[in-house]
Write a protein that binds this ligand. Structure first.
Ligand code: HEC
Ligand code: HEC
Length: 202
């Protein structure tokens, strides 16, 4: 964990010179995988956290703690986040959320090619829950999708398809999305709808 040590040392320096009211403990932990400005890190398949509302982050940390986000031990990346979530106390989560709130949002680059026009038609079925501009809807537990890294959106859609997410009957929000995944029968449908979402900037 030499890299972590270096990050911690750097952060200790940052904190000694900054005015953040947060404690340094939760901060290096999230940045280490989610990247600078929490903008997402494709090498570790860790999504953009800065665009997510606090209610959704809280709900998903609880979901990882319940083991609802990976149904398969080979799903390494989800298991990584599950281990992190299980290590967080309620206070750690509050500190992390306070920090995330201070981070500037980064608009991700396009990495997935798809037919945006076809994706727009597919997205009409998603808008009822995720909103016309993919801005999310807390009343339906549906997160914003606009501004999320496209590779992460595609990975999650495949996770629902493969019942690696939304599989637990107790996971009410996951089940809502699982019921909707039939709207995207092919891998091309996934790429097309993700390409359309990527084209909407928050
Ligand atoms: C060891 C690496 C690692 C660390 C450290 C880490 N994460 Fe993650 N996180 C991930 C990965 C990988 C994913 C995506 C996993 C998946 O596919 O379900 C993820 C997903 C998430 C999600 C789900 C987002 C969504 O849109 O579905 C949330 C919320 C989250 N992390 C919050 C945090 C917070 C808060 C911290 C710091 C306290 C943190 N993570 C630290 C690797 C990490
Ligand atoms: C019935 C409401 C509903 C519809 C329709 C719906 N979703 Fe969702 N979606 C949700 C909910 C609720 C969640 C959060 C699920 C969870 O907790 O796992 C979600 C989660 C997601 C996620 C995971 C995002 C993240 O950051 O983890 C993606 C990607 C997604 N939806 C895309 C779509 C697409 C594309 C469509 C249209 C084909 C769609 N959704 C239709 C309700 C819906």
């Amino acid at each position: 964990m030499k890299i972590l040590g270096t990050i911690l040392a750097l952060l200790a320096f940052t904190f000694s010179t900054s005015t953040f009211a947060t404690d340094a403990k939760a901060l290096p932990n999230c940045v280490q995988c989610h990247g600078t400005n929490l903008k997402g890190n494709p090498a570790l398949m860790a999504p953009n956290l800065a665009i997510l509302p606090q209610w959704y982050i809280r709900a998903q940390i609880a979901s990882y703690q319940q083991g609802w986000r990976s149904n398969n031990v080979e799903q390494t990346f989800a298991k990584d986040m599950e281990a992190v979530a299980k290590s967080l106390s309620a206070e750690d989560i509050n500190v992390a959320l306070a920090f995330i709130n201070t981070v500037a949002k980064t608009i991700p680059r396009q990495t997935i090619q798809g037919d945006v026009a076809k994706g727009k038609v597919l997205y009409l079925q998603c808008a009822a829950c995720h909103g016309d501009n993919a801005q999310g809807n807390q009343n339906l537990a549906a997160p914003p999708l606009a501004g999320q890294t496209d590779w992460y959106l595609a990975k999650q859609l495949h996770a629902y398809k493969n019942a690696n997410r939304g599989f637990s009957a107790e996971d009410k929000s996951g089940q809502l999305m699982l019921n909707s995944i039939a709207m995207l029968p092919t891998a091309a449908d996934v790429d097309n709808v993700v390409a359309y979402i990527q084209s909407i900037h928050p």
